[in-house]
Design a protein. Structure first.
Lengths: 204, 204
DNA sequence: ATTCTATTTGACTAAATAGTAAACTAAAAC
DNA sequence: GTTTTAGTTTACTATTTAGTCAAATAGAAT
């Protein structure tokens, strides 16, 4: 079966970082290859365009991220505790990224999605699909919270869309302002959307 | 004083449209010139870079947009009515853009801001400045609503940040999904953040 | 009418970029 | 150890792109 290679993985890691720390449109194939330490011929051996690579890269990144969310949103935890842990987790992740790259990066899906929405249909669809899965964590949590009488949310899916939009908006603000403190407002905002008063949250 | 020119305005209009319907990174100076019907020499006569042009363009667009918001958020209206009108206004605007360009475009500030945040400092700062002004409409409205006893929001500025982040997040979703219906959830989401129950809103 | 000046034009350079192809190489399979 | 196959490299072409400049021009001011 010939020789084996990790060039594919290196290219995916490189493009993920470049898009996240910069933007899709401004990263070139030459740049990707250089950061990955891979020659352009090899790039075209594995992928046929930047869009294809980016698509596979975000899917791989999602598969790495997913188990972390599984842990944070474990159904064994009380619903409002999951929310709390998610906000804390997200804050810590962004702190780490900030340390590593010197800038608040926000959500890569949202940044990439808004940028390519009108231009790269296949890529944008992949972003949407991951967002759909991502939103499900909120949906399940909200449904559980409603069932437990902690919140009033008869339409958990609709409420999840709202909470998700808010969290994405907040991350966008954090990126634009390059300000980690923005994340400190996330939990309260989500609880407001869920109609949880300040005292109730503490009592849970 | 020599001859007069509208090339500057044409260039600003062109770049605004190209960024909004596409992205900052993917629009080239040649494209801008072509759409504006202006030769590249003239571009460099008026501006020294794409970033400079984009900066002036968004400022000009904001000055055009501002009076519309002044009308929507008129202090002569009941606070929750202003919110209602804003959501309706935003929906109508996006419908019109969708008709004109064949795609949901969302908020140009947020799209541009997240894209250039790590790359074009001066431009990003202009985005931030306009966002700050934009958010003030919410802040004033929320303060008035609190004073009128319609909502409980002792920290109007904080609440405005939350509402603003949510509205930006929702517009990002609308752009990514290319779905105008997303806007129909905006008012309820904002009222949820403000703690206004469904009945109360109608009663105002 | 003439002058003056703000603006326009087109032709140019240099660099960056996407994409190709054929020769080359390492290592797996036998 | 030979063959086979997967992956790598290098050198290349053709475009696109940013940015420059000197000459031309239109029209405002006088």
């Amino acid at each position: 079966m010939g020789r084996v290679s990790d060039a594919k993985e290196k290219l995916m890691k490189a493009v993920t970082e470049l898009i996240w720390t910069g933007s899709y449109g401004s990263t070139t194939i030459d740049q990707i290859c250089e950061r990955a330490g891979v020659k352009k011929g090899s790039f075209y051996y594995f992928f046929d365009s930047k869009a294809t690579l980016a698509g596979e890269a975000i899917e791989a990144a999602w598969e790495e991220y997913r188990p972390k969310l599984d842990k944070v949103f474990s159904p064994s935890l009380a619903p409002l505790d999951r929310i709390h842990r998610f906000c804390e987790f997200e804050y810590q992740e962004q702190c780490e990224l900030h340390r590593q790259f010197g800038h608040v990066l926000g959500c890569p899906l949202c940044t990439l999605g808004t940028e390519v929405s009108t231009q790269e249909d296949a890529l944008c669809r992949k972003v949407q699909a991951i967002m759909d899965q991502s939103r499900k964590y909120f949906e399940t949590t909200i449904r559980d919270a409603h069932a437990a009488g902690l919140v009033y949310a008869p339409d958990a899916a609709a409420k999840a869309r709202t909470v998700y939009a808010y969290s994405e908006g907040l991350m966008a603000q954090a990126r634009i302002r390059n300000d980690l403190q923005v994340f400190r407002e996330m939990e309260r905002g989500i609880l407001d959307l869920l109609g949880v008063k300040e005292r109730e949250a503490l009592a849970t």
